[in-house]
Design a protein around this ligand. Structure first.
Ligand SMILES: [Zn+2]
Length: 600
């Protein structure tokens, strides 16, 4: 098929070679706590947990874990890309006398659907390898990642992880990139994801390669997390509910609301197993040994979440708003001081807002919040209070000089909303962002600030692998395998959110679709092969309950249809190449319908 876009990961791959230029300034200081975390990722190495269990730390954003059984191997979370997984495999081979030449890989287990855990599978698998995951994994993957919010997730993920400036790592205090606490480096490359062959619902007790395994559903970061428990070895392998930093109930990348109590419940399951060894699939120190140490680690992490949760709700019930709770809520000293609970990844204040919104939504209960203001309206008020736009720029400078960096950023930003060419405010905003990034131990905050700094000041020096702000172009870069596996339900949502409301506001038209290959693709086995799309004054409804008017019917195979919707294939090319056939109307009717989903 023609006009298929590049794989996402290949495009990210291009980035790291094309962006190796000098940034201005050449280095941004790193908070010592964050720097210390980052340096612990090096050198990459294979670590022994106990007999027959090994972790490859520093070769991927996750820590692929190898279980060696009498009759074969099991790999947990095979890595973030084909390249990353190959590095981990080579390291295991070097450390373990070419183990992959001697024993077959019987199973690969995904602990959840996040990209750093699933994209290395093909490097380890042969045709008989079972791929095991939670039964929700595919649904999560095609709603949380390759779904209607893909463009936003991609932008958030790239900024949060610092990929845009990864070619300038901090070495001896010089540079920009200092990891993101869960990982030291990103090892980008094409995806080797393989879909699951065995799905776990609540619990699966099984024997693979002569090793007894218990897989337990344990929702937390996502609702498709499974714990891997090796009862004979007393090893618990997990991620998605615990890591070596203050918990992030929500990430800056963006995610659906996570129920904080899910984490607490899942951590309770972990504790009930009384593991001797705990393997974390992220972070520089993946192995915790000793029942008491493990118990303490799990308990502290759980208590930090529960304390924040319960106390936030206690204040909420007393009528406090999240901003007020932020000033009131203090962690107990033993948690606040724990080296494993520093705010290098999650943050207390972000979690308060998350918990608050999880339970009561947008409205805080304070009448001043009944009337949401746009940033522009707030900026106008700021300028008026300051005595004009230039006076406001002066206030921003004073705040910067006084070290009130957050206010300097906010006020300078207000000025730029009113006068985008205001040099004083532009310089103040730049300086505030750099200083905030240098001061903050939180890796997500640092990476977000520095990514936006680069996009704002040196857009030509970084080639973003995705055209931020152009969702249609980003959807078009969903890789081909993900496109093949994508459920029609996901595709229909992507279509709906791409509808141009202005263009379709006076429209009411229906188009039928017949797919010719219903049973050929795994994702489609239980899906209908006929759809009706009604565009009705600004919305798209798929299969409306009543018959729409119109006879236009498009017949094609599912891959062609997916490529059309994702913008990988133009409608006129599809017609010219006889990839679609049209009845009940003309090719022009088909183009006109598809054009309703174009932004211009
Ligand atoms: Zn992860």
């Amino acid at each position: 098929m023609k006009h298929i876009g590049y794989s996402i990961l290949i495009l990210i791959g291009c980035l790291s070679t094309s962006a190796s230029n000098a940034y201005d300034p050449a280095a941004v200081a790193v908070h010592p706590t964050l720097l210390n975390k980052y340096e612990q990722f090096f050198p990459a190495e294979v670590l022994r947990v106990t007999d027959g269990v090994y972790v490859a730390r520093g070769f991927n954003r996750d820590n692929p874990t190898l279980i060696i059984g009498p009759s074969g191997l099991i790999v947990v979370d095979p890595g973030e890309s084909i390249d990353g997984a190959q590095q981990a495999k080579d390291a295991f081979n070097a450390h373990l006398d070419n183990i992959f030449d001697k024993r077959p890989v019987k199973a690969i287990i995904y602990t959840h659907h996040h990209d750093c855990h699933i994209n290395g599978a093909s490097v380890f698998a042969d045709e008989r390898t079972e791929i095991i995951a939670h039964e929700n994994l595919m649904r999560s993957l095609f709603s949380e990642w390759y779904g209607q919010v893909f463009p936003s997730r991609v932008e958030g993920g790239l900024k949060m992880s610092g990929i845009l400036f990864q070619d300038a790592p901090v070495e001896q205090g010089e540079g920009w990139y200092a990891g993101y606490v869960l990982a030291g480096k990103n090892f980008i490359g094409p995806s080797g994801f393989l879909p699951p062959t065995i799905r776990v619902k609540d619990r699966l007790d099984t024997m693979i390669a002569g090793v007894r395994l218990t897989l337990i559903s344990a929702p937390g970061e996502t609702d498709d997390v499974i714990l891997v428990w090796l009862p004979q070895k007393q090893v618990l392998i997990q991620i998605g509910i615990l890591y070596e930093a203050f918990p992030a109930l929500t990430t800056m990348r963006g995610s659906r609301q996570r129920d904080p109590l899910d984490y607490v419940e899942s951590l309770k399951i972990c504790r009930s197993l009384e593991p001797e060894y705990l393997v974390a699939l992220h972070g520089p120190n993946p192995i915790t040994s000793g029942k008491e140490n493990v118990r303490q680690y799990l308990t502290n992490f759980s208590d930090a979440i529960q304390f924040m949760h319960d106390q936030t709700i206690q204040y909420l019930n007393q009528g406090f708003t999240p901003g007020e709770i932020k000033d009131l809520l203090e962690l107990p000293p033993h948690l606040a001081q724990s080296p494993y609970l520093q705010e290098t990844y999650g943050r207390k204040d972000w979690n308060i807002y998350h918990i608050f919104r999880f339970y009561r939504g947008y409205y805080t209960g304070a009448v001043r919040d009944l009337f949401p203001q746009s940033p522009l309206s707030e900026a106008r008020l700021s300028a008026e209070l300051a005595g004009g736009v230039d006076a406001l720029a002066g206030k921003a400078q004073s705040a910067l000089a006084a070290g009130e960096l957050e206010w300097a950023l906010r006020l300078a930003d207000d000025v730029l909303l009113l006068d985008e060419w205001n040099d004083a405010a532009f310089e103040t905003k730049k300086a505030a962002m750099l200083a905030l990034a240098a001061d903050d131990m939180n890796a997500q905050a640092r990476n977000m600030l520095l990514s936006d700094y680069l996009l704002m000041t040196q857009p030509d020096s970084i080639i973003a692998p995705f055209p931020f702000g152009d969702p249609k172009a980003i959807f078009a870069r969903i890789n081909d395998q993900a496109m093949r596996l994508m459920p029609m339900e996901t595709l229909n949502r992507i279509m709906a959110v791409n509808l141009n409301a202005a263009k379709s506001i006076d429209e009411d038209r229906v188009m039928g679709l017949r797919l010719t290959d219903r049973f050929k693709h795994q994702s489609m086995s239980r899906e209908p092969n006929q759809y009706r799309f009604q565009v009705r004054h600004g919305i798209l409804e798929v299969d409306p309950p009543s018959d729409g008017v119109g006879q236009l019917l498009v017949t094609t195979d599912s891959l062609t249809w997916k490529a059309l919707v994702l913008g990988k294939l133009a409608a006129d090319i599809a017609v010219a190449d006889h990839l679609v056939s049209i009845s009940g109307g003309s090719a022009e009717d088909f183009y006109a319908f598809m054009d309703l989903f174009e932004s211009s």
